[in-house]
Design a protein around this ligand. Sequence first.
Ligand code: SRM
Ligand code: SF4
Length: 567
Amino acid sequence: MKKNHKKILLEKTKEENIKENSNYLRGTIIDDLKNEITNGFTGDNFSLIRFHGMYQQDDRDLRIERNEQKLEPRYAMMLRCRLPGGIISAKKWLKIDQFANENTLYRTIRLTNRQTFQLHGILKKKLKDAHKMLHEIGLDALATANDVNRNVLCTSNPDQSLLHKSCYEWAKKISDFLLPKTKAYAEIWLDQEKVATTDHEPILGKTYLPRKFKTTVVLPPYNDVDLYANDMNFIAITENNKIIGFNVLVGGGLSINHGNKNTWPFLAVELGYITSENVLSIAQAIVTTQRDWGNRTDRKNAKTRYTIQRVGVSVFKKEVEKRANVNFETIRPYYFNSRGDKFGWTKNINNDWSLTIFIQNGRIDDNKKQLVKTGLLKIANLHEGNFRLTANQNIVISKISNKNKQKIEEIALSHGLIKKNTPLREHSMACVSFPTCPLAMAEAERMLSFFITQVENIMLKYGVEKEIIILRISGCPNGCGRSLLSEIGLIGKAIGRYNLYLGGNRIGNRIPKIYKENITVKEILTHLEFLIKTWSIKRKIKEDFGDFIIRKRIVKEIIDPIHDFWN
Ligand code: SRM
Ligand code: SF4
């Protein structure tokens, strides 16, 4: 019996076979595109389209109704664009907005917390149009999902300083360097002719990575990309206003499974310092080490963090040094003092301007209170610069000329894009969850605004409404809303029920611990009222909520997540 169990564990996962047999990510996607019997993809293609930046979903609000009518679920795809560092010109935005209006079921755009955007609700027959539209404006959706290096994050707004600009250039360079080389994307979506060459993936390999892989380039002191949640991170070290090298951190990740003690969140750990000329060889060595050493028999144990924990940091580091032929130097001093985005106007290096706008949940839509979509469209129509998407689901209108500054401000004001929000709201985040996410267990995006209003009322009642608390909601333990790096984190358990986590910190390098399990929103608010009240009375001067929770031992501090997270 035991032997059998071992054998099962050592078998490659189904996904590994899918990749192996896919002919470099082609599968039979082309046949499925011709198949008009279903709006969905069949067999392996369901998984393979993810490498091309799409997820098959169905509207969960409609499931019961369609089932009763004996109809296929309302299949439609979510498409995630590749946008390293989050930059898209205003002119390109116009095309995206138009496509969303004319070709998607929801007619919205969703900014993600990895500096890009998603279009939900594209029918299979419209998919090629979507990719062709992206291609025409110089974009694509390649490698924004599945077992590859995903959209590379970098500290927002490259126009603020030369250092920000060079961070962006590094993010772009790393993203391009680690992209899949297969021609499958161009053949399938752009109708490019199949050329008689042999596909080869020198970095990712024929079976790609064991699991998703996430990278950041960050300029201290702002940890606006939440680097500790990522597989590979480059922290810029500067001298005389130039980036001279990077501290490299690896192995962060946040997802867990409810009740599965073999899963735990983990903060990226330090490998060492490298000079700039070694960035790409180190990136390649880290990725290929994870490619060859990552667990391909259990997807729940396949991310870099588990590889590093299995072999140990020093063994992993030595292997990376050997593969790159570079030795890490001692980590250079660095510190972070905040997360989140700074809203409002900033003057840039070229004497032009940036305006950072808070977008609740990253949802680009119009509602009674705010005309976010219309407002951004009007701005895009006259703006000659860029839109910059942040890792907190917000948007920076960057490179605004002096000539356009006032006009843009007027549009932003009249469409409710510049509003006085509480620091709590400005730092809040929720994942997409219902109705499109197939893995959602509880509401997140659709309940965030209401929930924040309730917590705002509590904070106002106890005179702490001007304080920042990092509050995040995820609809399931995959933790896309990065709840496991927040001071107050909710993780969905079932409809209307959440686990409540407390005790993360402001800069995002402390994992919160469970405080109450499987409770209702009403119960959560009762607990929060008590805790916020106590904090308002007993906190030390300037003591953050998360730090207070830990000092008062309301939850135990997580020092070693492998042991402390579940115990
Ligand atoms: Fe995520 C899966 C949305 C950031 C961990 N995530 C999903 C899917 C695609 C559901 C699915 O597999 O079918 C969700 C699509 C919902 C929808 O309808 O749009 C989804 N994840 C998101 C986004 C849109 C949340 C958001 O509101 O911004 C983010 C897209 C980022 C991007 O542009 O690439 C998003 N996901 C994250 C993050 C946060 C981050 O990267 O900083 C995490 C936690 C960090 C980490 O990786 O550990 C995250 N998503 C997951 C996981 C768990 C992965 C794991 O390690 O086990 C899944 C499930 C999976 O991959 O099996 C997942
Ligand atoms: Fe979906 Fe869960 Fe991610 Fe939310 S956390 S988007 S519910 S997978």
